[in-house]
Design a protein around this ligand. Structure first.
Ligand code: FDA
Ligand code: NAD
Length: 434
């Protein structure tokens, strides 16, 4: 059995891994000290591209165009970059066992990797309808989207079933972004989700009403309050219809499912403390095992601003947590300390000509401002969230970079506000004067 030893191993080759590698180089790493082990076949890339420009019919985004760290406006780390820096990029390699007591990872091909320090950056995996034993959920042309291979398979089907019918199951991030992209690919699109409005974990009914109206105007059919109860397939095993729980039947050539994700912590079960479904860390992303760190989607960390342990499944945190962990590892080697992670939540999405950003916490009373009519030629609206007389969260559709900066500042500063009416009246002006 082959064995390799590295001072630092990053387990997972996604967004966090790429940003961690760049930070290692900034902080100083010697050739041969660092390895990234990934089951994907490609160097770390900006995963958000997969549900957006990667699926466009015209001028789609392709690697190497969106390797990290272009998503945050940084230098693009091509595969050569890793070799130039003496970083081992060990691709197509799935780790199937982790033994923290002996600092050992074992791959499916039975290679063992020893480490002094480990950064766990395994991200999330999709929740599948087969997990709930939905009848026929194993049919062909039912897709999930997490990795580039998933996106490539979907692209093949989009071509094969040209101008066909797509059913999108789920009304969250994947649901909204994929419904748009399938429409752009000239598919006839129906979305199905159980809740009374889309993206309920962030959107208020007023915010959701805008996107639902906008999508309807694009010709997307939205069915709410029910779920996919089963799938029918043709003689080739390809999906041909979706049976809804409420009895309706939808014709389908392609189904895309986005019903949530689950952090990939299984390898470390019983070996590290967990919290809220993730690996519990301190403000430096150190787990309960002192040489093991966890970053990105898998980490449940102290959110200093809200004095609460949280897990975040978004790219901005993946980048920043990775940088924080590497700074902490390097500082501890030098007997130094660094500041605690003080994260301001930032989420965003883009579809069609729309683009929104959200900062802070969506708790308390929500106050809508601006023009949220889906038929408006230039829709621009947002929402603030007020808790205990302070503005704690802010959402903005179609903001300029300056306006987005302004709402970020509001969420960070948490200014007091006299009344909800003041925010409704002042709208963006309130944020711009903070
Ligand atoms: P990430 O998932 O990026 O990387 C994990 C890596 O670990 C993968 O390479 C995986 O193969 C590997 N791995 C896992 N287990 C392994 C094992 N046992 N052995 C070896 N390798 C293993 N966020 C946002 O803020 N805005 C956005 O627009 C989007 N858009 C978006 C689109 C799509 C399609 C997805 C799936 C996700 C987003 N996100 C997003 C979320 C964002 O991409 C996500 O939060 C980060 O990618 C998380 O980064 P991580 O490094 O934690 O995991
Ligand atoms: P999600 O949690 O955003 O949404 C899941 C949706 O599916 C919810 O509306 C949920 O109620 C619904 N649902 C649950 N069970 C259902 C069922 N049986 N039938 C129909 N609908 C059902 O998860 P997602 O959209 O699958 O995204 C997966 C991951 O990718 C998440 O971590 C997400 O943060 C990430 N992601 C983020 C972005 C972004 O930030 N812009 C974009 C894409 C993906």
């Amino acid at each position: 059995m082959a064995e390799k030893h590295f001072k630092y191993v990053i387990l997972g080759g996604g967004v966090s891994a790429g940003y961690a590698a760049r930070e290692f180089v900034k902080q100083g790493v010697k050739p041969g000290e660092l390895a990234i082990i990934s089951k994907e076949a490609v160097a770390p890339y900006e995963r958000p591209a997969l549900s957006k420009a990667y699926l466009f019919p015209e001028a789609p985004a392709r690697l190497p165009g969106f390797h990290v760290c272009v998503g945050s406006g940084g230098e693009r780390l091509l595969p050569e970059w890793y070799s130039e820096k003496g970083i081992e990029l060990i691709l197509n390699t799935e780790i199937v066992q982790a033994d923290l007591a002996s600092n050992t990872l074992t791959s499916a091909a039975r290679t063992t990797f020893k480490f002094d320090s480990l950064i766990v950056a395994t991200g999330s995996t999709v929740i599948k309808l087969t997990d709930f034993k939905v009848q026929g959920a194993g049919s062909q042309n039912i897709f999930y989207l997490r990795e580039i291979d998933d996106a490539d398979e979907l692209i093949e089907a989009i071509k094969a079933k040209k101008d066909g019918k797509a059913v999108i199951v789920g009304g969250g991030y994947i649901g909204l972004e994929l419904a748009a992209v399938m429409k752009i690919n000239n598919y006839s699109v129906t979305m199905v989700y159980p809740e009374p409005w889309c993206m309920p974990r962030l959107f208020t009914p007023e915010i959701a009403a805008f996107y639902e109206g906008y999508y309807a105007n694009k010709g997307i059919n939205i069915i709410k309050g029910t779920v996919a109860a089963g799938f029918e397939s043709n003689e080739n095993g390809e999906v041909k219809a979706v049976n809804l729980k409420d009895g309706r039947v939808l014709d389908a050539d392609i189904v895309v499912v986005g019903v949530g994700a689950r952090p990939l912590t299984t390898l470390l079960k019983g070996q590290v403390e967990e919290d809220k479904g993730g690996i519990k860390t301190d403000a430096f992303f150190k787990s309960s095992v002192s040489n093991v760190y966890a970053v990105g989607d898998v980490a449940t960390f102290p959110m200093k601003m809200y004095n609460e342990m949280r897990r975040v499944e978004h790219v901005d945190h993946a980048r920043k947590s990775a940088e924080q962990a590497v700074k902490a590892i390097k500082a501890s080697e030098e007997g130094k300390t660094i500041d605690q992670y003080d994260y301001l939540p930032f989420f965003y999405s883009r579809s069609f000509d729309l683009s929104w950003q959200f900062y802070g916490d969506n708790v308390g009373e929500a106050v809508l401002f601006g023009d949220n009519s889906p038929t408006s030629s230039k829709p621009k609206f947002g929402s603030y969230w007020i808790k205990d007389g302070k503005v704690v969260g802010a959402f903005l559709e179609s903001g300029t970079p300056e306006e987005n900066k302004a709402i970020a500042k509001v969420a960070k500063v948490q200014p007091s506000v006299a009344s909800a009416d003041q925010l409704t009246k002042e709208g963006l002006t309130f944020a711009c004067k903070i």
